[in-house]
Design a protein around this ligand. Sequence first.
Ligand code: SAM
Length: 266
Amino acid sequence: MKINYQETTSDLAMRIDIHNKYGARDIDAWMLSILPLKAGMNILDVGCGAGKQCFSYYSHLNGKATITGGDVSAELLAQAKAEAAKRAVPIQFMDLNFNQPFPQADATFDFASCCFAIYYAENVPFTISEMHRVLKPGGVLFTSGPMPTNKQLFYDIIREATGKTIPPMPGSSRYGSEFLTTIRSTFSQVKVEIFENPLTFEAVDPFVDYTRASLSEDRKLWNSFFQTKDDFELIMSQIKTVAARRLAQEGKLVMTKVVGGFIATK
Ligand SMILES: C[S@@+](CC[C@H](N)C(=O)[O-])C[C@H]1O[C@@H](n2cnc3c(N)ncnc32)[C@H](O)[C@@H]1O
């Protein structure tokens, strides 16, 4: 399956910032509480973006780990490298396209992760088998992604504002089903953990900013909703109107992120 998708630095940073400001819970703390990270591990983070998880692992292990982040976006890798230089930490960031064979040898890593990225793989069994291949026997893969009930309010408001059917999202429509099945058939043992994080908005603008960053990042997925910049702005103003009415009725907008964490042992 070809996924038309291109993350941009500003859209990703905007969503991370809104999660931090309006979310009740911290997803990094949740991950660290469930992951079997230990000092001395050799770690690979695939689809690392600007390095959020790599920096979190590094701090958690007080730098006592070898950490590599791989991504296909030159823009996000440049940002990750600049942050590593600023923090003076020896995390290696490299070009890695998870639709191609990984450059690493078999049985290289103790732990691999792929956070909010695996569902952009064109051939899911291939990408998961590459992650399995580069793990040592007994090594652990962690993936995170949206479950089907993720962000109901977001989709409800867009549906109401446009009167259109929401197109299937590569993440929430498949992550808890097709991806989980593939991981279960590739790894010996798989544990599922669920993280729920309500984001509470008492004003309409941050909700609209979040929606704008999500739709613009995934614009090819939404091409039945808008094609041109003008279409996009029209839809955003309709979304703002509906969001403002709901906010006035209910006093706040609560959008709950529902994330599945799959912990798979080789
Ligand atoms: C939503 S971002 C998540 C980034 C990071 N893990 C985080 O949570 O902040 C999805 C990431 O997947 C990356 N990605 C998409 N297709 C990819 C591919 N074929 N190979 C490697 N990374 C890819 C994007 O460049 C982007 O950095």
